[in-house]
Design a protein around this ligand. Structure first.
Ligand SMILES: Nc1nc2c(ncn2[C@@H]2O[C@H](COP(=O)(O)OP(=O)(O)OP(=O)(O)O)[C@@H](O)[C@H]2O)c(=O)[nH]1
Ligand SMILES: [Mg+2]
Length: 199
């Protein structure tokens, strides 16, 4: 998704680079491309609208800095705005405890299951060992969906059997995750050493 966005932005900036001076027409054309690129990258249309408005305002109203070409200036504005759109600074995922627990909460259909799969894949690629656990016990299809997602991203999935008690499921998930992280031998060794820090 981001590769596609990058390609599109690169192409837009390349077109601008050929211009000695940028007028509103150039900027609007570039923004049209950027708008499509962001929408295709799944950015909400209101966010896209605000974003392109902010870029346009700055690009049109800016003073001409002779050290930079007009295209470079527009590129910088877009870059700065994109960075602030994404929150300004990079903030890592706060994973606390071992096992670290992430609970997905959200309205129906807001993307909890899909995001769980993406997160699991991301964390797996960073060397963590995620376990996906369904605590939505009211819809059998939700459990099945998470099972399929887990299989697709290649991470373990905890079967909940007949249990319909989310607290009991979550409690068991913690101990299952511990067993996954610290198989029997290692768990016993840790207990006898009585060490504090966990992986
Ligand atoms: N465009 C887009 N669609 C998404 C995204 N994440 C999820 N979806 C889609 O939104 C729909 C609902 O996603 P789910 O992950 O099932 O959402 P959920 O919150 O688990 O839904 P419930 O379990 O029914 O409450 C699915 O059709 C997903 O493919 C996303 O980032 N972008
Ligand atoms: Mg779901």
């Amino acid at each position: 998704m981001f590769d596609n966005l990058q390609d599109k932005l690169d192409r837009t900036f390349k077109t601008l680079r050929g211009e000695a001076a940028l007028n509103e027409w150039h900027i609007d054309n570039a923004l049209k491309e950027i708008r499509v690129a962001l929408l295709e990258a799944d950015v909400h249309f209101k966010v896209v609208k605000d974003f392109t408005n902010r870029v346009r305002e700055q690009a049109v109203g800016q003073e001409v800095l002779t050290a930079f070409s007009p295209a470079q200036q527009v590129t910088k504005i877009v870059r700065d705005e994109l960075q602030s759109l994404l929150g300004g600074n990079e903030v890592g995922l706060a994973l606390v405890g071992s096992p670290a627990v992430i609970m997905m909460v959200g309205l129906q259909g807001s993307g909890k299951t899909t995001t769980s799969g993406k997160l699991a894949l991301h964390l797996k690629s960073r060397g963590r060992r995620p376990l996906l656990v369904p605590c939505d016990v009211y819809r059998p299809a939700a459990i099945e969906q998470l099972r399929i997602v887990a299989k697709n991203v290649g991470v373990p999935f905890m079967e909940i059997g007949e249990s319909r008690d989310p607290v009991a499921i979550a409690t068991r998930a913690l101990s299952e995750a511990k067993t996954l992280l610290f198989p029997a031998g290692r768990l016993a060794a840790r207990a006898s050493r009585g060490t504090g820090r966990e992986a």
